[in-house]
Design a protein around this ligand. Sequence first.
Ligand code: DLL
Length: 439
Amino acid sequence: MTKRLGEPPAEGDLDRAERFNKIQMQGIQLWQLIHTVQNAYENVPFYRKKFDEAGVSPKDCRALEHITRFPFTTKDDLRDNYPLGMFAVPRAELRRIHASSGTTGQPTLSGYTKKDLDTWALLMARSIRAAGGRPGMTVHVAYGYGLFTGGLGAHYGAERLGCTVIPASGGMTGRQVRLIRDLRPEVIMVTPSYMLALLDECDRQGFDARQGSLRVGMFGAEPWTEEMRAEIEERTGLHAVDIYGLSEVMGPGVAQECVETKDGLTIWEDYFYPEIIDPVSGEVLPDGERGELVLTALGREAMPLIRYRTRDLTRLLPPTARPACRRMDRITGRSDDMIVLRGVNVFPTQIEELLLRVPGLAAHFQLVLGKRGRQDELTVHVEARPDADQARRAAAASELAAAVLSTIGVRVAVRVSGPGAVERSAGKMRRVIDERGAP
Ligand code: DLL
């Protein structure tokens, strides 16, 4: 499909950092890094101990490449220091706390000072503008509001840009579609999987989204593929762009795909310093190589995070739309989402990519891990498109199984069900269901 690219923002509307050259960017990054490392060492006992144990101190950070002298921070560190141990400011200076629940139930918290919230709104406004949003437009926010950073992050960014916000949050799908029909937003911000649920609801209401008002969709918070982009753009006529972030380092708005290039996520490097490491050895890899993304939040007051291991797998790419901001490729998955099936690594995104190429299959799917005898077995549970008859469904099941075998190299079972059979989620979709029980 040929890509219909959108208009970039006018040069004069960009933030200064979006126009920086590499030297200017590196200057800002170093200045911010030095202050962040100092803030962490002086105000967070966890970091003081960790740096002391590693034999490093803020004096060792005089150039950007010195960052590799400092130890990584992990999700376990955040859990171990729950609730307030990672914060560098007295509690009274915190203006907000978000939480991410994770899979283990032990939450990790993320705290913000007034300045941190201001930076976040600035970066979200920048992201919405990079996606094609403009002051005066209406933005429908269907990311969840609450402890999750998606809703409030999007909300304050859209207000900062000068947009009208519809704080729909997740759920009540029928009402959301009515609001979209009545209020005619140009921009929608939502997880890609919930966008599909909204589109199915549009079909149920007999509303053709292509004839509607939406021009831009900002999709993130979970992995998705180029095939999903094509599917959503085809059904809506909007520009579907990727947005990335995580609550630990801020929330949405760490990186944003620019609508004029649609070639991966531009990292807002004036506030985040990215590295890619080998997830096993921890060795830093050169730009272009795939590995785990590590982020340092630059200039964050309440919760300085040094070299945070995101567990997200991607690679760094040279700048395109903004001269001094490198890009990151789509996230292929998280290291903890990876299924190892009879020795072969399988990511849900690989399955999504393949199934969307099979005629008759819809984008709603889950991967169910079970056991047959002593062997693990993976079943792809996927819905048929409403117009696919029994014969097409059966053919689609074999086509998908064959495609998985030839591209990923592993045998899977495929169950094709009727429309509506796969669980819907109003936020992040749970792609993998493990039914193997305790070993
Ligand atoms: O998901 C923040 C967010 C909200 C991002 C809305 C974008 C839009 P957490 O709940 O802390 O924060 O989850 C962060 O979600 O480490 C990735 O694994 C995944 N993720 C976020 N954006 C993307 C994306 C929010 N564009 C975790 N593509 C991250 C793939 C993503 N995965």
